[in-house]
Structures are given as structure tokens and as C-alpha cells.
Ligand binder design. Structure first.
Ligand code: 13P
Length: 287
């Protein structure tokens, strides 16, 4: 059964480790992440952006695929199926489709509107037992075609959103999606500390997990980050492994590639990447 992310994140916060959110794009991605979580005995969050949801034929398909795999692969570790950077409409659609966790990203809206829409979702998610992530201070970089530059969240705004009773809070601390530019100054631990001081026990979420140096990841966890999102790094591993396989041309034999064999190296590459991250985040054997 898919679960809310609430318990796994509260345990991570108390145990000073972080649960990884890995974004899914297709069947291979989902299977690779679920199997790795089981092998590592680690809780895991499957992230679904609205774009990926559309690509996979809508949220009902995503829920059906994930639940089916969960059963067939005999997964016993805690797994949350989470909307990533949802709009208000997207959040409602995922709630209806059976997601166990929702992110409403109102960070680009006027703050009062972010507050009002997050409030409405807190009530719905509470009744249904779903976890809810809110965002303050837009995360930079590109996500589904939307580009922003890494903001630092206002700690007072973070407190107002946290006090609504969300499960977890993504606060911008200079992090961005995708690769970090060479002149990136690093995470703003000063902002993280100020946010943490205002929001108390609220598990914090670090987006843009790709390319953040390991020591900064560990420091962020020590300061209250309990969930870390990784997408681009899995995509790059998948792409590299697939390209290599095609270049080697082993499978051609005059009839073209067998799609299952073609996708196998990328599948293995994602498994290896997810394991590496679970070890770094400290979630191995924490299921
Ligand atoms: P990256 O693509 O930088 O790993 O970020 C993923 C993310 O934050 C998804 O919300």
C-alpha cells in the first residue's frame, strides 16, 4: 500500500537522515527505484511532475502502475507516491487519482494566495490522511519548462505556511533544479538555520539534489532537511548508459534494438544512482 510521507519524514528528522524523492518518468524508472528501495531496506518517495504525469498517460495510469508494481514486486518498505511542484488544479487531480502525498507549489504566487491555497489543501489532505508539501521561495533552474533563479525564502513566510499544518516545507536556500553553474555560491546555510529556528520540528525539503557536494548535503541534513529530491542525476545516468549501449551496437543483428534490452542498461544505471543517494542520505536500513 502506498503511504503518506508523514511518518517516514518525522522519523528521518529525528534520526538525522533524509528520505530521497526520486522522480519517475516511465515504467523502468519506477521499477528501478522501487527495487532499490527494497534492496536497501529504505523508505522512498516517488516524485511525479505534472509533465511526467501527462507523459505517463495521466495520474490514474501512474497510480495503477505504481500500485501494481508494488504488489507484484512484493515491496514492503514504505513508499509514498508524491506530486512534485503541483498546481492547485494538479493537486486536486492527484488527490482524486489516489496519490498518497501532494506538493502544492505556490511559491511563484503572491504570498497571500500561496497561503490561502495551501490552507485549503491542508484541510483536504488532513481528512484523507495524505502528506502535503508546501513551498516558499522559488527553487531556481528549470522544471517542466519553468525557469527561476535560486531564491532564499523569507523565514517569517516559512513560519506562516508551516503553522498551517503542512507535513513538510520546501524553502528556497539558493538551490536550483538541474546542474549548478560553475559560479554557484553553494547552499545558504544561514537561511536554512533561520528557517529552521522559525518552523521548529517541521521536516524541511531540499529540492535540486543533483550536483550538491556531499558535505553540503550532510550539513543540510544536520540542520533539519529530512527529504531530498533528485531527478536530473538519474536522467543523466540513464542517458549515458543508453547512449553507450547504442554506440556499442551489440543488439543490432540487422533487426534493430530489442526495446527491453535497450532500456536495461539505463535501468541498472538508475538503480546504482538511487543506491548511491540512499547511502549518502543515510536512509539505508531505515524502513
Ligand atoms: P534535480 O533535477 O536538480 O535533481 O532536482 C529535482 C527536484 O528538485 C525535483 O523537485
Amino acid at each position: 500500500m502506498l503511504v503518506s510521507a508523514k511518518d517516514m519524514l518525522n522519523k528521518a528528522r529525528d534520526g538525522k537522515y533524509a528520505v530521497g524523492q526520486f522522480n519517475i518518468n516511465n515504467l523502468e524508472w519506477t521499477k528501478a527505484i522501487l527495487l532499490t528501495a527494497q534492496e536497501c531496506n529504505s523508505p522512498v518517495i516517488l516524485g511525479v511532475s505534472e509533465g511526467a504525469g501527462k507523459y505517463m498517460c495521466g495520474y490514474n495510469t501512474v497510480v495503477g502502475m505504481t500500485k501494481g508494481m508494488f504488489e507484484t514486486l512484493k515491496i514492503t518498505v514504505p513508499v509514498a507516491l508524491h506530486l512534485d511542484h503541483g498546481t492547485f488544479e494538479g493537486a486536486k487531480a492527484c488527490i482524486n487519482a489516489g496519490f498518497s502525498s501532494i506538493m502544492f507549489d505556490g511559491s511563484h504566487l503572491p504570498f497571500e494566495e500561496n497561503l490561502a491555497k495551501t490552507t485549503a489543501l491542508v484541510n483536504t489532505c488532513d481528512v484523507l490522511g495524505l502528506s502535503l508539501e508546501a513551498e516558499v521561495g522559488a527553487i531556481g533552474g528549470e522544471e517542466d519548462g519553468v525557469v527561476g533563479s535560486g531564491e532564499c525564502a523569507d523565514p517569517d513566510e516559512c513560519k506562516k505556511i508551516a503553522d498551517l499544518g503542512v507535513t513538510m516545507l520546501a524553502a528556497g536556500i539558493g538551490n536550483i533544479h538541474g546542474k549548478y553553474p560553475a559560479n554557484w555560491p553553494g547552499l545558504s546555510f544561514e537561511t536554512l538555520e533561520k528557517v529552521k529556528a522559525k518552523v521548529g520540528d517541521m521536516p524541511l525539503v531540499l529540492h535540486g539534489g543533483t550536483g550538491i557536494p556531499d558535505d553540503q548535503i550532510k550539513k543540510a541534513i544536520s540542520l533539519g532537511v529530512a527529504k531530498i529530491n533528485v531527478n536530473t542525476e538519474c536522467q543523466l545516468s540513464f542517458q549515458e548508459a543508453t547512449r553507450k549501449y547504442i554506440e556499442e551496437g551489440k543488439d543490432l543483428q540487422g533487426k534493430g534494438f530489442d526495446p527491453r534490452k535497450l532500456l536495461a542498461p539505463g535501468f541498472e544505471a538508475i538503480k546504482a544512482k538511487v543506491k548511491e543517494k540512499m547511502e549518502l542520505f543515510g536512509s539505508v536500513n531505515k524502513a
